[in-house]
Design a protein around this ligand. Sequence first.
Ligand SMILES: [Zn+2]
Length: 77
Amino acid sequence: MDNYAEQMIESFHRAPKKIITYPGGVTMVTRQDKPELQFDDCHKPSWFDQYESLFIACQHCNGHLSFITAEAPFRHK
Ligand SMILES: [Zn+2]
């Protein structure tokens, strides 16, 4: 394993973590802000700053996403 990978793993272990449950799964993230996006098919949480363009599709299932708003909050279950 190279140095960069070791540093990434080390900082991940040190960072405060938050567990987000969603229908069909659970994910652990090191950021504390609420998800801004949720995919319609696999329900994974996501954030705008994970994408370089506005053409956003899920990296796992290529699904479409929903914006999370007060009226349409994140679907945990
Ligand atoms: Zn997906």
